[in-house]
Design a binder for this molecule. Sequence first.
Ligand code: ADP
Length: 492
Amino acid sequence: MILIVDDKPENIFSLKKTLEIHNFKVDSALSGEDALKKILKNTYSLIILDVQMPGMDGFEVAETISGYSKSKDIPIIFLSAVNTEKRFITKGYASGGIDYVTKPVDPDIFILKVKTLHRLYEQTRELNEAQLALRAEIEFRKQAQAELRERVQELRTILESIPQIAFTAKSDGIIEFVNQHWFDYSSSENEFPASHPDDPSVEKEWKKTLRSGGSLQLEVRIKKLNEDRYRCHLLRVSPVKESNEIVKWVGTFTDIEEQKQAEKRKDEFLSIASHELKTPLTSIKAYMQLLERSFEDNAARTGETGKYLERTQLQIEKLHSLIADLLDVSKIESGKLKFNKKLFEFEPLLENSIDIIRQTNKDISIIRKGSANVQVYGDEIRLEQVLLNYLTNAIKYSPDSTEVHIESHITQDHHLFVHVRDFGVGISGDKKANVFKKFYRVEETSHRFQGLGIGLYICSEIIKRHNGTYGVESTPGEGSVFYFSIPVIPNE
Ligand code: ADP
């Protein structure tokens, strides 16, 4: 909008008309004071200022405007009878956007000057805006860079203070930082510590991880430059992502040698203890059988002595199966769990397992669904062990329920699926993944039910060794479904 300042309304009128013909929007003021008020309130792109006005004259108005930051850049066209005071005005108003029109006004020259100065104003305004945006952008980038530097520094300080070997790498895998511990194991920051000749190469595994974009977890033996003995380390590398893009990698090597040694000692103890326990137990079992046979008298067998004998035998059986499980665990650990595989019919095995469970759990009804009329190549006794374990657990962990369902079906791709469903205590989400791990027991329920936490671990190993899969679905308070699948022989 253009502001015309003149004390004579007729002058304003004619200038306004001229400007409006050229599509300019026009505002007007009849005195210098009035003009200043309007300038403070509104935004103008050009001011046309009559020099000679009663009260504040045009020069004074221009000088005052030049003092306001809001208006100092607005171009001015002075209207005067003569233009001798030009020097004086220029001093007062330094915006550069100044021109003069002498009265009487020639409309063509007037419009030409208005257009030029108006364009100048628009250009200056655009330039100022672009400059402001650019400054803001520079400021933003500077701040972001400073923040990034600070974060990187913070990360490095943390990585220096931890007891692990630590490093960070750029998104393309080039190592950019290693902490002091690194140099105990490698002479160059560009080279990973060398792993034991029998272990996977860290460099190769790292390259694979880079290609996959996932994270890496690897147990490797590495040694200090000045030592001969290798120590087991857990290498963990994870990508750092921003807006789903990998921007960095962070990795650590944690010394787990002590842990490994302790695990080894525990496994050795387990193996020795279970072997040592098995020998006397086998003798006890044999003597018990002799004792039972020595009772010629049937009355004694059914009396008190017979009752105690039966209970003792039951407890011996329990002890026997506990020790057998412990032995199995140590055999799995040492890779000595043997499988005696042959071709057999699965259905009778399944029926037989259910019968065994029915005989010892008379209060529970085991409901059978589906069929398992297929041939399987596997170890019958070991697979029975899995079935008995699933069924025993289903009953054990359902103290208030009287039903267990067992369902089997054969898939198109020649797999036998067996599901054992109970309506018992169930398992919460985060615990489900762990129940097949060695010695794992769900903490909330472990005090209510006896066990060692190895049954499912042995089952998982047996199923794996039959190229099968296993798992559990469960809702706490409602029950669980434990399942496994194994390949079957197609009947052609
Ligand atoms: P154990 O029963 O001797 O503890 P398992 O290896 O058979 O060992 O089972 C591991 C853990 O899994 C159990 O301690 C229990 O917490 C949980 N679990 C197994 N079966 C069930 C089930 N049917 N319902 C609920 N929890 C179960």
